[in-house]
Design a protein around this ligand. Sequence first.
Ligand code: NDP
Length: 320
Amino acid sequence: MEVVDLPVPQPKPNEAVVQIKAAGVNFIDIYNREGRYKAPLPLVLGQEAAGVVIALGTEVRADENKPAPEHPNAPAVGDRVAYTSVLGAYAEYAAVPIDRLVKIPDGVGDRDAAAAMLQGMTAHYLSHDTYPLKKDDTALIHAAAGGVGLILVQMAHNIGARVIATVSTEEKAQLAKGAGADDVILYTQSDFEADTKRLTTGRGVDVVYDSVGKTTFDKGLNILRPRGMMVLFGGSSGAVAPIDPLLLTQKGSLFLTRPSLTNYIATSQELQTRAAAVFGMIRDGKLKLRIEHVYPLEEAQKAHRDLEGRKTTGKLLLLP
Ligand code: NDP
């Protein structure tokens, strides 16, 4: 990864140019950098940002500054916006398809908006749609002091579910508790399978939200109640090996899903609704974002090293 000067992008007919105020750093950026997720090179990394619209493409504007009426959600020049799942956010300017932009409501700052788009909407779809948590469900959430983790714990807690969280250090355990976890397991020091069975008196949990993957997946299947759901949504420790579907039968007719945010914000309407729900939680004080690690854009390398090295908690931002 290196810093280079590129021209300010010109918008394609369906795009807007955003002057970026803050860009989010996410684990997926590491997969892109490593080549685990392929993208054509050279590549401007980053899939999440907040900023201000400075230009609109020819197809989406009514005049220089205003969107055309057939784009009712579209921002005007000068509006504050945020977006995710479009590559190129580690930059001062980015051209973004207009239907991927969300206006940032009053009461939500640029940094919170940048921090909420990818990890916030991920935690939202996981807890509200993939396995819609109910009051009194029990969920196991791995890496609970991470970016997605801290948000997911808060959402699960707010729904009224019991949260068993795993983290690697005592400091991270305190953060998970502060976010609403009922029990915290230091999975680097004790066996989370045995601990979870004890904490649920042998019943098992309704759902496992697993973003760690390689080192946690197998044991996760052992702590689910019959017909419980394994939601494998990442591989921070590495990819999970292929499994025989019969294993799911043997472990209690389990459900297994491997979801991606892209499929949960596929339509413009779903994107707008989900973003509004997350922004609403922030504005109402129901969701606190922990933005602990803020780096100048030039220090993107350091941000990646810190995130890969398990040194971070909550959100990492780059400021151009
Ligand atoms: P995090 O802030 O959660 O950072 C990753 C965390 O994983 C670390 O802090 C660490 O927590 C834990 N971890 C466990 N083992 C390892 C290891 N060997 N190396 C590094 N970290 C490890 O990152 P994000 O919030 O950005 O992302 C979390 C996960 O969610 C990622 O796997 C990401 O790909 C996935 N994700 C998936 C999405 C989807 O839609 N499918 C969308 C967004 C994110 P600890 O020290 O406590 O173990």
